[in-house]
Design a protein around this ligand. Structure first.
Ligand SMILES: Cc1cc2nc3c(=O)[nH]c(=O)nc-3n(C[C@H](O)[C@H](O)[C@H](O)COP(=O)(O)OP(=O)(O)OC[C@H]3O[C@@H](n4cnc5c(N)ncnc54)[C@H](O)[C@@H]3O)c2cc1C
Ligand code: SF4
Length: 462
C-alpha cells in the first residue's frame, strides 16, 4: 500500500544526461501514476486549492474524473477555466498557488495538481480531443494585441462567446514568452505550445503575425478605420533592464531576453540553423529569478561553464525552488552575496571578465527582504567571456506612446482595472505583464479572462 502522505514521484531525465540536451527535463506521469496520485485527493467540499488558482479551475472536479480513469471528462472540466492546461501544468508556480493551499500539504505532500493537469492535457492532445467553439458568431469584432498567455486566453474566451477575434502579433511566431522566453527543456514548443495555440485557433481565432501595433497600424486606426468594436492589449513586458555599470556595451554582453530569444525562436541550439550565437565558454548570468535560471541552464546546454551571480543569499533567490534545484543538479555554480561592479573587455572590445564585490545582508528594505550591503575591500574578478543580464523587464512604450488617451503609470505599465481590464480609453482593455510588469503565465491568463468578460459586458451594453 502506497504512503498517502507522499506524492507519486515524477520521472525526470538524469541530471548528467539532460545537462547536454534540450529535451524536456520532466517526463510527467503515465496513466497508472496519474490515477494513483489522484487517489490522494480527498475531494474537499470547500476546496482551498481552487481558491489558490488564479483562474479557479475546478480541481477536485477534474481530479475525481482522473481517479476513475475518465481523462476526457477531466479535460472538459479543466477546459471550462483554462485554454492552456499543458502549458500551465508545466510552468505554473503551483507550490505557491493551488498546491500551496492543498489540505494534504498540512501533514504530508500536497496533491501533485500541476502534474495531474499536465497529464490530462497531454492525454487529450495525444487522443486528439479538441475544445468546442461557439455555434454562432455575434457579428462583433475584437482585436487582441499580443499572442502570449494573456492574449490567447482573452481571444479564446471571446471566440467562445461568438466574437470575431483577430490577434495581432509583432513576431513571426505566436506564443509570446511561451515560445521566445521559456526554454524547450521546460516547455517543448512543437509538442506542447503549438498544439495549444492550434486549439485557440480551432475556436475561430485568427492570428496575424509580423504586425507591430504602433508601427504597422495604431489602436486608433484599428477602431476608427478597421471596424474593431473593442481592443485588448496583452503586449507583455519585453524591454530588458541593465545595471548601468561600466563595460556593459562590450561584445558578449546579452540581455537574458536576447540570449533566450536567439536560442528558442531562432534555434541557436540547432546546428542546422544559420542563426547561431557566440554562446560563450565561461558565462556569468547576473540575477536570481526564473529567467536567470533559464538563461544559465541554456548556456550550460550550449557547452559553457556557468556562474549565477546574485547579490543576496540563497534564501532570497526569487526563482522557483524546483528551478534552483534543477540548476544545481546540472552543475550551475552559484556565486551568492556577490554583485558585479564592472565588465572587463579585451583590446578588441570582447568580454574577458567581470569585476565583483562581496555583499552581506543588512536591515530589511521596502520589499521586506534584507538589503545587501557591500563588504569594503572585497573586490575580485571572475574570468568569463560572456555576461547575461537578467535583471527584469518592463513594458515596451511603443503602444502607450502611439495611443491617444491611454494612461500609464510610473513603471510604464498600462493602468487597467483588475476586475475587468478596462483602461482609461473607451473600448480598450489590457492585462498580463503589460499591466502588472513581469509576472506569471497564470496571472496573465487570469487577466485575459477577466478582460474577455469585461469586453463582453461592454459590447452587450453598447
Ligand atoms: C525566460 C522566462 C521564463 C519564465 N518562466 C515562467 C515560469 O516558469 N512560470 C510562469 O508562470 N511564468 C514564467 N515567466 C513569465 C511569463 O512567461 C509571463 O508573465 C507571461 O508570458 C506574460 O504573458 P503576457 O501574455 O502578458 O505577455 P507575453 O507572453 O510577453 O506576450 C506578449 C506578446 O505581445 C507581443 N507584442 C508586444 N508588443 C507588441 C506590439 N506592439 N504589437 C503586436 N504584438 C506585440 C510580443 O511579441 C509577445 O508575443 C517567464 C518569463 C520569461 C521571460
Ligand atoms: S485541497 Fe488538495 S485534497 Fe482538497 S480538493 Fe484540493 S487537491 Fe484535493
Amino acid at each position: 500500500m502506497a504512503d498517502v502522505l507522499k506524492r507519486v514521484p515524477v520521472r525526470e531525465q538524469e541530471p548528467q544526461v539532460r545537462a547536454k540536451n534540450f529535451d524536456e527535463v520532466c517526463l510527467g506521469y503515465n496513466a497508472e501514476e496519474a490515477v494513483e496520485e489522484a487517489q490522494r485527493c480527498i475531494g474537499c467540499k470547500n476546496a482551498k486549492c481552487v481558491q489558490g488558482c488564479p483562474v479557479s479551475i475546478n480541481i477536485p472536479g477534474f481530479i475525481a474524473h482522473v481517479k476513475e480513469g475518465n481523462f476526457e471528462e477531466a479535460y472538459k472540466v479543466i477546459g471550462e477555466s483554462s485554454a492552456l492546461p499543458a502549458i500551465c501544468g508545466r510552468v505554473c508556480p503551483q507550490e505557491s498557488q493551488c498546491e500551496g493551499q492543498c489540505i494534504r500539504g498540512k501533514k504530508g505532500d500536497p496533491v501533485s495538481i500541476g502534474k495531474l493537469e499536465r497529464f490530462v492535457a497531454d492525454w487529450a492532445r495525444e487522443n486528439n480531443i479538441k475544445p468546442v467553439g461557439a455555434e454562432e458568431k455575434n457579428g462583433k469584432k475584437v482585436a487582441v494585441i499580443g499572442s502570449g498567455p494573456a492574449g490567447l486566453t482573452c481571444a479564446g474566451d471571446l471566440a467562445k462567446l461568438g466574437y470575431d477575434v483577430t490577434i495581432f502579433e509583432a513576431l513571426h511566431k505566436a506564443g509570446g514568452v511561451l515560445v521566445y522566453g521559456i526554454p524547450e527543456f521546460r516547455l517543448p514548443k512543437d509538442g506542447v505550445v503549438q498544439p495549444e495555440i492550434e486549439n485557440v485557433k480551432a475556436l475561430g481565432v485568427k492570428i496575424e503575425t509580423d504586425v507591430v501595433i504602433g508601427k504597422s497600424v495604431t489602436i486608433d486606426e484599428l477602431m476608427e478605420e478597421e471596424g474593431f468594436d473593442a481592443v485588448f492589449i496583452g503586449s507583455g513586458a519585453g524591454l530588458p533592464k541593465f545595471m548601468g555599470i561600466p563595460g556593459e556595451q562590450a561584445n558578449g554582453v546579452f540581455s537574458a531576453n536576447e540570449y533566450l530569444t536567439r536560442n528558442n525562436l531562432m534555434k541557436a541550439f540547432d546546428e542546422s540553423y544559420d542563426t547561431q550565437i557566440a554562446a560563450g565558454t565561461k558565462v556569468a548570468v547576473v540575477g536570481g529569478g526564473n529567467v536567470a535560471m533559464d538563461a544559465a541552464r541554456t548556456a550550460l546546454r550550449l557547452g559553457a561553464e556557468v556562474h549565477i551571480i546574485y547579490r543576496r543569499s540563497e534564501e532570497e533567490l526569487p526563482a522557483r525552488v524546483e528551478e534552483v534545484h534543477h540548476a544545481k543538479e546540472e552543475g550551475i555554480i552559484f556565486d551568492l552575496l556577490t554583485n558585479p561592479t564592472e565588465i572587463l573587455a579585451d583590446e578588441n572590445g570582447w568580454v574577458k571578465g567581470i569585476k565583483c564585490v562581496k555583499m552581506e545582508l543588512g536591515e530589511p528594505d521596502a520589499s521586506g527582504r534584507r538589503r545587501p550591503v557591500e563588504v569594503a575591500g572585497s573586490e575580485f574578478e571572475i574570468e568569463v567571456d560572456t555576461v547575461i543580464m537578467s535583471l527584469g523587464t518592463s513594458p515596451n512604450p511603443l503602444i502607450s506612446s502611439t495611443t491617444k488617451g491611454l494612461e500609464i503609470n510610473k513603471r510604464k505599465c498600462i493602468v487597467a482595472s483588475e476586475e475587468c481590464g478596462a483602461t482609461s480609453k473607451e473600448g480598450v482593455y489590457a492585462g498580463g505583464d503589460a499591466v502588472t510588469g513581469a509576472a506569471t503565465v497564470i496571472l496573465a491568463m487570469g487577466a485575459g479572462k477577466a478582460a474577455a468578460k469585461g469586453i463582453h459586458e461592454y459590447l452587450l451594453n453598447k
